[in-house]
Design a protein around this ligand. Structure first.
Ligand code: EPU
Length: 433
């Protein structure tokens, strides 16, 4: 279906215009997982052979990570069909340039593999972002336990392994909180360490398991990924391989919510249903019917009822779908209570949803969402990646035209969201004034 280009009503920044209230129908394709692909790319630093990644989404963050890796000597070839060919044979320097890492948190993934391979790394602090402070205490504590000497000066984390061998040493590490990034950093650091590392209270997110599976394909010895205890037996070297990134569970969840909020029927694939169990349960609790087939899920929605939800580490309800799911609940029958427990500042979408007519009251990181019969279009801005996705969902449901600004966030994490939604009947057009 062709998008209907409507007047942009004076919005002067790049934005999406969505004419809401249209039912969606058909099949929508899920790209490879952003949060897997970003960390998988960093493993190219661990070996001097070719790593071929398939099903890599086309995103600005992926391009940024490619530039960061190139800066330390990885050759990065983007074949533009979802295939990235990375060659770490030329990795020579261990200092990441600030101007490339600024704003790209994923660049901090380089510290673990650089330490593992070269015994030295200098990486600018990733810094906080709009959703919260996002400390790296657990990453640093774990790397120190593996034998690295670490100092943080002028916003740069300098890490080095003392001694002539420059090799990290396995250790028993218990994380204070199951940080995804810390688990991934320590996995990448420990695979080339001398001896065995045990990570307790490890993150269990599917992206961690994806990373472990890639490392195993490269020759690492890892057991327990996907559980709270991961055991890594260090090896002397890793080799190249070809590996396919898992489907993006958050993008898949966003499309299921697109079907639900427009009270439509959509087939979403590929999806690994186990990666979305908590989300599927909540969608069913609020009245959606979900059928599985070989590769994906079909969601049908008619009447949507209120449900309460609380974000938790995997396998709990993902924080990255809190804003999108709240948008659905803003149109549900009854009052829902949504509690954000992962990030201290992830309620900024509430004010924007209110501009569209939603009835939501917040108390700290808890939102009381009283469903309204309809939202109505207005100009809104997504303050971060998932808040932007929430605005797109709201626009699909709202009566009239919604202009969604903040596309620099959306483009970091959704590969051609407007093209995909247009393909299933949405009226959504990008304007670059
Ligand atoms: N935390 C600490 N200390 C630490 C590390 C983390 O207290 O040393 C806390 C954080 O403050 C936060 C919580 O632990 O409250 C979770 O942080 P985590 O380290 O698990 O998150 P992350 O690795 O920085 C990844 C994703 C995020 C996603 C979270 C949680 C990537 C590149 N990012 O971040 O994705 O929200 O896990 O699932 O993998 C997104 O895609 O929009 C996004 C923000």
């Amino acid at each position: 279906m062709t998008a209907v280009a409507t007047p942009s009503q004076g919005v002067l920044t790049p934005h999406l215009e969505i004419v809401g209230g249209r039912p969606l129908a058909g099949s929508i394709q899920v790209s490879g997982a952003k949060n897997s692909a970003l960390v998988l790319m960093a493993t190219a630093l661990l070996c001097d052979e070719t790593l071929t990644l398939e099903n890599v989404p086309q995103l600005t963050d992926i391009g940024g990570m490619g530039e960061v890796l190139s800066a330390v000597g990885v050759s990065v070839e983007d074949r533009r069909n979802g295939t990235l060919v990375l060659d770490g044979s030329g990795v020579s320097h261990a200092a990441l340039p600030y101007e490339l890492v600024n704003g790209l948190r994923a660049s901090f993934f380089c510290i673990g593999p650089l330490l593992g391979r070269l015994g030295i790394a200098k990486v600018p602090m990733p810094g906080g972002c709009k959703i919260g402070a996002r400390p790296i205490v657990e990453h640093v504590r774990g790397l120190k336990a593996l034998g690295a000497a670490i100092s943080i000066e002028h916003g740069v984390v300098s890490a080095a392994v003392p001694g002539t061998s420059r090799r990290l040493t396995g250790a028993h590490i218990t994380l204070d909180c199951p940080s995804v990034g810390a688990t991934e950093t320590l996995l990448m650091a420990a695979v080339l360490a001398r001896g065995t590392t045990v990570l307790e209270n490890a993150a269990q997110e599917p992206e961690v398991t994806d990373l472990a599976n890639l490392l195993i394909a490269m020759g690492a010895r890892i057991q327990g990924a996907g559980t709270a205890v991961i055991t890594i037996e260090g090896v002397e070297r890793l080799g190249g391989t070809r590996y396919e990134v898992i489907p993006d569970r958050i993008e898949a969840g966003t499309f299921l919510l697109a079907a639900a909020i427009t009270r439509s029927c959509l087939h979403v694939s590929p999806v690994v249903p186990e990666h979305l169990s908590a989300v599927l349960t909540k969608l069913q609790d609020c009245g959606c019917t979900i059928e599985r087939d070989g590769r994906g899920l079909t969601l049908r929605a008619d009447e949507i009822h209120a449900v309460d939800l609380r974000t938790q580490p995997f396998p709990g309800f993902p924080t990255d779908l809190q804003a999108p799911f709240m948008t659905l609940l803003a149109t549900a029958k009854g009052t829902s209570v949504v509690s954000e427990t992962i990030y201290e500042n992830r309620m900024q979408h509430v004010a924007e949803l209110q501009r569209l007519g939603a009835s939501i009251r917040t108390q700290g990181s808890t939102a009381f969402v009283e469903g309204v019969p309809r939202l109505s279009g207005a100009p809104v801005t997504g303050s971060d990646l998932r808040a932007s996705a929430a605005m797109v969902l709201a626009g699909l449901a709202a009566e009239g035209t919604t202009q969604v600004q903040g596309l620099q966030h959306l483009d970091r994490g959704y590969d051609d969201i407007e093209g995909k939604l247009r393909g299933v009947g949405a009226s959504i057009t990008r304007f670059n004034p």
